[in-house]
Design a protein around this ligand. Structure first.
Ligand code: SF4
Length: 226
């Protein structure tokens, strides 16, 4: 009788992500601004916003297994973790990384451009999603379906470069009834619009949105890894 050789089971390959940097700093944006936070910046972004301040994340990075990322994050001994980019969701295993961070008990947020579907993101993750304004040069990349997937605790951010951007954003918030669905952040583009001016516009129009300044840039300028 011929010997029956059982097929070798396919080896499972642990998912890996290309990571640009992992660092410990103060959260500069969103509702958790000011809290010590570990940032996991993933490599790559399909967009090219005119004001982008993380172009170095488009291509630079090294491949890491999810367990290796979790160990590095844990080594910083903080409660808050933000997964950012680039556009973190451009790498599919990001979904798995987010769930694994939640499983480890971290308070996890995700910064995303709004150009990639958020529907598969673990509901324990607080999503901070951009709506790209006309002056970004990428407004046609906003994925309309993403608005329906936002939870009440999520945040939507408009980076505003000028008055035309402001008026466009105000109309968007009103038209989508956005302030009733989640938290809305209006953030002046660094070096392009004075925060005070944006604050005056918000007050004059009595908009139900939060003015957000980039705390990390006030503290450290454009220093990398801050
Ligand atoms: S989505 Fe973010 S990382 Fe990508 S180009 Fe725009 S600002 Fe830069």
């Amino acid at each position: 009788m011929p010997t029956v050789v059982s097929p070798t089971p396919a080896r499972e390959v642990a998912p890996r992500l290309r990571v640009n940097e992992i660092f410990h700093s103060l959260q500069g944006e969103s509702r958790s601004a000011g809290f010590p936070t570990v940032f996991v910046r993933l490599t790559g972004c399909p967009l090219r916003c005119g004001y982008c301040d993380t172009e170095y994340a488009f291509h630079e990075g090294r491949w890491m297994a999810i367990d290796e990322i979790l160990d590095q994050v844990a080594g910083h001994r903080t409660r808050y973790v933000t997964v950012t980019g680039g556009e973190p969701l451009a790498q599919r295993p990001c979904i798995e990384l987010l769930a694994a961070l939640c499983d480890r008990g971290f308070d996890v947020s995700l910064e995303t451009s709004g150009a990639v579907a958020i529907g598969a993101v673990d509901p324990r993750v607080r999503i901070v999603m951009d709506v790209k304004t006309p002056a970004s040069g990428e407004a046609d990349r906003n994925l309309a379906g993403n608005l329906a997937d936002l939870k009440p605790g999520d945040e939507v951010k408009f980076v505003i470069c000028d008055r035309a951007d402001y008026e466009w954003s105000r109309a968007f918030v009103e038209c989508e009834n956005l302030a009733q669905r989640c938290e809305v952040l209006f953030s002046p583009a660094w070096g392009r619009l004075a925060p005070r001016e944006l604050g005056d516009w918000i007050l004059a129009d009595r908009l139900p949105v939060r003015l957000q300044v980039q705390l990390h840039k006030i503290l450290w300028g454009e220093e990398r890894g801050r």
